[in-house]
Design a protein around this ligand. Sequence first.
Ligand SMILES: Cc1ncc(COP(=O)(O)O)c(C=O)c1O
Length: 441
Amino acid sequence: MSTINTEHFWMPFTANRQFKTEPRLLKAAKGMYFTSQDDRQILDGTAGLWCVNAGHGHPRIVQAIQEQAATLDFAPTFQMAHPLAFDAASALVSIAPAGLNKVFFCNDGSEAVDTALKMALAYHRARGDSGRFRLIGRERAYHGVGFGGISVGGIAGNRKQFGPALSGVDHLKHPLNISLNAFSKGEPEHGAELALEFEQRLLATHDPLTVAALIVEPIQGSTGVIIPPKGYLKSLSEICKKYGILLIFDEVITGFGRLGSAFAADYFGIMPDLMVLAKGLTNAAVPMGAVLSRDEIYDTFMHAAPQDQIEFFHGYTYSAHPLACAAAIASIHVYREESLFDRAATMSKAFEIAAHRLRDCPNVKDIRNLGLVCGIELTPQVGKSTTRAYDIFHRCFWKKDLLIRTTGDIIALSPPLIISDDEIDTMFRKIAEAITEQSAE
Ligand SMILES: Cc1ncc(COP(=O)(O)O)c(C=O)c1O
């Protein structure tokens, strides 16, 4: 293995010093597999970071990016544009839930979250309702790392280093309840009533007329796969409608087939006002985020400003970057041509069966799954939270040639949608081995 100088790269969300003692390096990828620096084929149980839904190095996406780089490397989209920006927006709308017809591009999920929050605030103001300044998120929510995202997010660890962040934010409880719903397959039975605390506690405390938007991940992914109880999201949506509060779905993880439908909004049959996207939008080959908006929101902005004035004072140098647009168009084409969303729905049964076989492994206290997402929650080691799951992650990478993701003491799985039956069996068998070996030590 060639030696590399690890001194200069300050790694994100990583224990830098620990990592640099034994770097886990990936040097290539194709389909379901990474190639590690020491030439092992590593089965990707996480689609990179919930993002490579069509598998790695898809030739159609690679070609689109290569051709685009040679044709138009960059063009500004402030008071200028290039055709692919419009084509990418149209491609996205063609698979989006009916009614979400306008697309604002940015570069990742965090920017898309902050864009959606700003859009919600500015929308109410454009309607002459500028008293709506409050944003509501949920405990254990992850909405990226911008100041908006960490404010509506519900993870103390992501906030505590950075001062007070946004004011006027409050949080709903999260709906994970292992004592009632352990080992649920799909949507848990218990907990829909937790949605009611939005109306009974938060709106009663704050006055609904001050609330601009509620943002939720349909499935809370990053904090350990929290699946909404049956009826819960529908109740939230009804409360939002009743009080004129915008509902933002953060579909950065659930978008692009993860649940076996194009978006979680389709899966749950709920129409949000704004939808936050990233990751699978370009199959992660080029960074890109987007906010999908209802027509009425866009129209409100258009009517509120004179024809020759900017309607929304927001945007990024790389909004609708040509390479990202090319990758998005190609990815959406691949998803459609290869029926990958239907494939995810079909494979989700085998995935669920294989996941729940781990129920009797030592220290497994919950398994929860929906579509091609699964969380396996472990009992923490006494006095040492996260170490059990980290050991299993480490063991999977070095000894089992498998990439998994862990958060706290939870293993989170989200493989590319192209995973085969054999690969599903292999992935869960290796995890079971790693859990058992770890427990024996
Ligand atoms: C639900 C959700 N929102 C936002 C983000 C932030 O996306 P990014 O890391 O691209 O900024 C993530 C990232 O995992 C996410 O899971």
